[in-house]
Design a protein around this ligand. Structure first.
Ligand code: CA
Length: 236
């Protein structure tokens, strides 16, 4: 079955170009031009990926992402108007998976789209969600830290901790590779789906956020340790 992409872009010519290019690649697309319609379409269509502009009428892309993140795990590729660090960080905080700065080439967009969809497929396979809805293990336990895979819930000393969607995915990925040195690039590819082009600072930012939530002393981490010149290792 063709993968479905929801395009949210209010500029008619860019919207048209996006639809044309993605259809040509064989994707099923739907396009809307404002935030409210984006929510409606996403709920009805349940797309595999959402290409989401930030500056939109009615409700901006950040708000759309924030709301949708509570309802679905669909990948979100954000389009930002300027190469603005703030936009990028806010985008990642509200749960965007990747971002692209305007102007971009269609070739670049297609590469990002493919990387995201590939990541989603890998993740589904790893989670055993292909037809079989039961995850491989129900819970992962590391002393006082528990990850409940069925409920997507993380507890520390038996109290639930609030993780952003990407923090949860990152923790899960680290936990599943306990004791292994994971390079930033590898983490980026598997958790964000960037691989070839990604910005490894994104990994560092999320590791920092995670440490603040699961480490006793985030400045001297013992669960997620930094491997010099390499990446990170989850010790449990
Ligand atoms: Ca716009």
């Amino acid at each position: 079955m063709s993968e479905r992409i929801l395009i949210v872009e209010d500029e008619p010519s860019l919207q048209e170009t996006l639809v044309y290019s993605l259809k040509k690649e064989g994707y099923v697309t739907e396009a809307v031009g404002d935030g409210r319609s984006a929510l409606e379409s996403a709920r009805r269509m349940k797309p595999d990926l959402i290409v989401l502009d930030i500056m939109l009428p009615e409700m901006d892309g950040f708000e759309v992402a924030r709301i949708l993140r509570r309802e679905m795990t669909t990948s979100i590729l954000m389009l930002t108007a300027r190469d603005d660090e703030i936009d990028r960080v806010v985008g990642l905080e509200v749960g965007a998976d990747d971002y692209l700065t305007k102007p971009f080439s269609m070739r670049e967009l297609l590469a990002r789209v493919k990387a995201q969809l590939r990541r989603t497929r890998l993740l589904r396979e790893e989670m055993g969600q292909t037809g079989n809805t039961e995850p491989k293990h129900e819970t992962l336990k590391f002393e006082n830290l528990t990850v409940n895979l069925t409920r997507r819930e993380v507890t520390l000393d038996n109290s639930p901790i609030q993780l952003k969607p990407k923090e949860y995915e990152l923790l899960l990925f680290l936990a599943e590779h306990r004791g292994q040195m994971l390079s930033r690039e590898f983490i980026l590819e598997r958790v964000w789906g960037w691989g070839y082009i990604g910005d490894s600072r994104t990994v560092d930012v999320h590791i920092r956020w995670l440490r603040q939530k699961i480490e006793k002393d985030p400045a001297n981490p013992v669960r997620i340790v930094t491997v010099r010149g390499g990446g990170y290792r989850f010790e449990g």
